[in-house]
Each structure stands twice: as structure tokens, then as C-alpha cells.
Design a protein around this ligand. Sequence first.
Ligand code: UN1
Length: 498
Amino acid sequence: MEHGNYINGRWQPSLSGRWFEDRNPADTRDCIGRFPLSSAEDVEAAVAAAKAAFARWRLLPAPRRGELLRRVGELLVERKEELARAMTREMGKPLVEARGDVQEAIDTAFYAASEGRRLFGYTTPSELPNKVNLSFRMPVGVCGIITAWNFPIAVPSWKIFPALVCGNTVVWKPSEDAPHCANLLAQILAEAGIPAGVFNVVHGDAEAGEALVRHPEVRLIAFTGSTAVGRRIAAICGEQNKKCSLEMGGKNPLIVLPDAPMELALEGVLWGAFGTTGQRCTATSRLILHRDIAASFLQQLIERASALRVGNGLEETTHVGPIINARQLERIETYVQIGLQEGARLVLGGHRLIDGDYAHGYFFAPTIFTDVTPTMRIFREEIFGPVLSVTTVDSLEEAIAVANDSEYGLSSSIYTRDITAAFRAIRDLEAGITYINAPTIGAEAHMPFGGVKATGNGHREGGWTVFDIFTEWKTVYIDYSGRLQRAQIDTERLEDGA
Ligand code: UN1
């Protein structure tokens, strides 16, 4: 079945006439459909539609835009199960997680809806009499949104819903590994009454993405994906003075101290490392164990990780779904080879699963390496799969230093009952997010989300901070003195302002 781009309220094929196939990673015989492999011309049409629609959309009062987003949230609630199933079929994560993904979009929709009645500005006194100073949040214009496949509804919603409530219009280039979820979300936005042209979807690969980033009428790019691609986007946006918000890679550490609640820590590591098959930017990919508990913790961890059921996410008994595609599967295999060559000790997994029901999908066994040192590539590079690297340390100070010995800084975690250790970790871990006694995954929609160092470029999606990305400040001075008042110069005059 053929699916279209969504441009100016209409579903249409690519002007290029090209298509790509979307297949179920748990069973590649299952073809979800063909989607347009768009070119710069399609992007051009979508941006033109978004630009034309901006003229009216920005003037619709923000509370009314919020009402439309409330409707989007309600439709997501109604269709949650259908969307979750479509998501699992398309990108593999177990149903329970796919439901969570849709829920995150629901939370984001309702948050954005209510923000339509806030979008607070500031009023401040002027330094001159009979003058007032105000500031308003103004929309930026046409926003280009480029997203990954691992949270195919939640992460796009973090960007799209706030962008819309602020009065921007959107052209979205979703991942070519999750185009069906994108169209389902587009259908919901259309059904909720978002006017034609305000929200557009252009499918495709890097060609369409690059055309979107380079388009001079696109005033902002919000991107989630790899650090390598993010850097390229930032360079282009830099040349063009384009606003740009980047959510990129992670290599998230989880520290376990000797006084940790061990049962909780074990559960946390399993969920953080192998949930979503490790394919989250927040996944726990480095486990930092204090030497005093390392051996016993590892033994229990291996026991439990080997009991995880890998399989098709549509089966409710599955803990760990497939890898997204053949390229990623090969990349994970390569990293296992690299780890072995570097001298790390493979204590679990490390191989594809190919027998029986696995034969038609991209499955990889949960994998654990121990004796990993900070110079190894498996310690430093984002693998984006079910591979956990374990490093042993002798103190809290060393744990934090090892955790910080990374290019990235998205999420981090420490398990301890010692409040002093917890607060030191909060203070010293170089990361946008720190969890105490919880794994590195599980951010909530109403809190800032993002990272430091090579993970981000200073922005935070989610929560109240996302509205800083999708608005520009308009500062207003209203002088009702009836005479020329000179700021910084006429401030000496003592007048009562009458
Ligand atoms: C991502 O992996 O791109 O905190 C986002 C979490 C999720 C979001 C992950 N709520 O793990």
C-alpha cells in the first residue's frame, strides 16, 4: 500500500516519483507500506504551504491554538491502543513501551494545550517615568523538525505541539524507519482541526532532511538524532543564522555504590540497559560498579539478563524487541568485535539470534561486557543497542570521574542510600539529567529534557523550557510621557512622573 506526504492538507506522492519500503523489524516479510522518497522539490512545496499558513495561524489567539492541541490529546487518548500496535509493528518496541510512547505524546499535548493560556511574558518598571516595559513571546516562523525512529510519536510531539501552540507552522521530516507512525500522527492533527498548511509531513532520507535544513524560509530546526548529523545541521544553521535545537547522542552512566538498595539497582540496570533494546538516547550503556559489590552484583545481573525474553514486541511476554534495521544490527555486531579486540570480557550475549521465530527479524541477544576501561571504544561510543559496558571503581570520586569521562552528557544515575553521595552526584555529574535510585531512562513530559557536552547545544525540550526554543522575545517600550525621554541619559532628573 502506498502512503503519501502530507502537504497543505493533502496526501500526495513525492514529485520525484520515488518510494521506499517500510518493513516490520521483527518480521521483515511484513511490509507496512511504501512511502515517498522525497526530494528538495517536495520540501519546497511543504515550506511554501507552511509559510502561507503562518500568516493566519500566528494571529489565532494562543488559547484557541491550545484548544486544538487539547483535541489532539483527546484523539491520542482514543486511539492509544491502535497507535501503540502500529508503533510496535513498525519499529519493534514491546507494546507496553509503545503505549508509554503514545502516553508521553498525550501528556505533551495537554501540557501544550494549557500553555496556550500562559505563554507568559514579563512586565518590568522602566528606568524613566511615564513609560512601561513589556515583553511578549512571538512565534519564530516556519519550523523544520527532524526526528529519529525510536520514539516515533513521543519525541516528535515534544517539538511539534509546543511549536504549534506558540504560533509557528511546521514541516516535519520523520525517520524513514518510522514513517507510518508519522502519518498516523498527521491524521490526528488533521482530524483535530489544525488548518491546512500549518503542519506538513515530508518523508524521505538525508536528501529531504538537508533540503529542509538549508531552506532559507525555514527559521528554526529542531533535531533528534546522532551527534554526527546534529553537528552538520548546526554548521548549516550557523551559516544561515537559523535557530537550532539539537538532541543528540548519549553514553549514559549508572553508578552502584556499596550501600545501594541492590534489588532496586538490579531492576533499574535491566530496564535502563535493555528496555527499548537499548535503543534510547537515554539508555544505560555504562554500568559503574563499586568494587566491594561488583562480583555479586554482576553475577545476579547476568542471571537476570539471560532470563529476558527477546522477541516480537506484539507478544505481551516479550521484554526485548528487535533491532530497528540490518544496518544497526551490523553496527552492533561490529562493536562486539571491537570490544573483544580491545580486551573487554564478554560475559553475556554478543551475537544475533537467528533460530526459529527469530529467522525473519533483526534480533540480538542482551550483551554485557565487563573489564571495560575508559580508553575502550565500547566505553566511549554510542552503540544504540542492547550492549552494556561494565567498569569497576574504588570510590564515589572515581565513579564520578569515570562517569564524566565521556564526550556526551545526557542522562546519568546513581544508586545509593547515602544522601551525601547522592547530592555530590547531582552536583558533579556532567549531564542534563541525573536520577537517584532510578535508571537513566524515564524522563517525564513536563520537565526539561536534554544534555550537555556533545549531547546538546544548550536547549531543553520538554517542560516550560521548550517554549524558549519555539519563541522569540519581542520587547516593547510604551512611553506615555508625551516628550522625548532618553534612556541612560535622562535618568538624573528627579520627577514624580506626573
Ligand atoms: C530518546 O531516547 O530519544 O527518558 C528519548 C526517556 C524517554 C525519552 C527518550 N522518556 O527515556
